[in-house]
Write a protein that binds this ligand. Structure first.
Ligand SMILES: [Zn+2]
Length: 293
């Protein structure tokens, strides 16, 4: 364990559902069963955050797993934060206006978030992070065809992506590196995962800082969907990349503390070369350390 990086996960509530959900039941579109939202949301946070991603991805693919049984509109999971406490509830993907369970404000939060995201992409810190990644990758002979902010064309023009940096790994797969500095809405993360999965590419998120205390939702959404692994890039990883002649990243992961229930976790981490990592194209995961239940 890293000195000073030990912590205990927040107290686990009986259920992560908010106390007063507008949508009280959802319909499972695989089985047809109508389930209470408390049953679906449950008390297992890791499972819940992965479910949240699955539902966001399903929305991108227009194949809803859960719908509102009253109006038939697809639903997704939203996080409500009060202080340190996070609770979840379901919201309609679109508000048609005929459902008693009205959950959505007319103002588009997605639009605001998209603007925030584009704004953050032009920040100095973001530009430096791109440079660090590009220079690190250029030192690694296993990577070829390095591209910076080049459009990656998909089937539909509307879905084209412009990854911060991308390069081909061992002549096999193009890896898109996306720097994550600020808030990215879940649907943005889900869109990207679906896009790169369908394009045969692999997405690797890279952070600038490791935010243990805040554990912002974005970082959690990526973390829990990436085998509890996170990657950081910095001036330090750039120096290591130059010394090693390979892309080096600062890897962090959470593992259960020895002899304890899975409630108590500790952070661990080290510098690692990209070649040490497991690449999972279908799961859109890149990880060094594998947690198995
Ligand atoms: Zn409804």
């Amino acid at each position: 364990m890293i000195e000073g990086y030990s912590f205990t996960m927040e107290r686990v509530p009986d259920n992560y559902c908010v106390d007063d959900p507008e949508i009280k039941e959802v319909q499972d579109m695989d089985s047809g069963a109508i389930l209470t939202v408390q049953d679906v949301i449950g008390a297992d946070k890791d499972r819940l955050i992965r479910l949240r991603m699955n539902l966001a991805e399903a929305g991108e693919e227009r194949e809803d797993k859960y719908t509102c049984p009253i109006c038939g509109v697809g639903v997704y999971l939203v996080c409500r934060r009060r202080g340190d406490e996070k609770r979840f509830y379901f919201r309609h993907r679109v508000e048609i206006g005929n459902c008693p369970a009205v959950t959505r404000e007319p103002l588009s939060k997605e639009e605001i978030e998209a603007r925030k995201y584009n704004g953050a992409k032009e920040s100095r810190a973001h530009i430096r992070m791109k440079e660090i990644l590009a220079e690190s990758i250029s030192r690694d002979p296993d990577f070829s065809d390095l591209q910076i902010e080049k459009v990656w064309k998909g089937m539909e023009r509307a879905t084209w992506r412009k990854p911060d940096v991308s390069a081909v790994w061992r002549n096999k797969i193009r890896v898109a590196f996306e720097v994550q500095l600020s808030t990215t809405f879940l649907h943005v993360i889900a869109q990207r995962r679906v896009f790169y999965r369908n394009q045969g590419g692999l997405l690797c998120w890279v952070f600038k800082t490791f935010d243990i205390e805040a554990a912002r939702m974005t970082q959690e959404d990526i973390f829990h969907n990436n085998n509890r692994n996170l990657f950081l890039a910095s001036e330090k990883t750039l120096r290591a990349s130059k010394e090693c002649g390979a892309l080096m990243l600062d890897c962090r992961w959470a593992e259960p503390k020895a002899g304890s229930e899975a409630v108590s976790w500790g952070w661990n981490g080290r510098l690692a070369a990209f070649s040490e990592m497991t690449l999972d194209q279908n799961g859109q995961r890149v990880f060094l350390w594998l947690y198995s239940h």
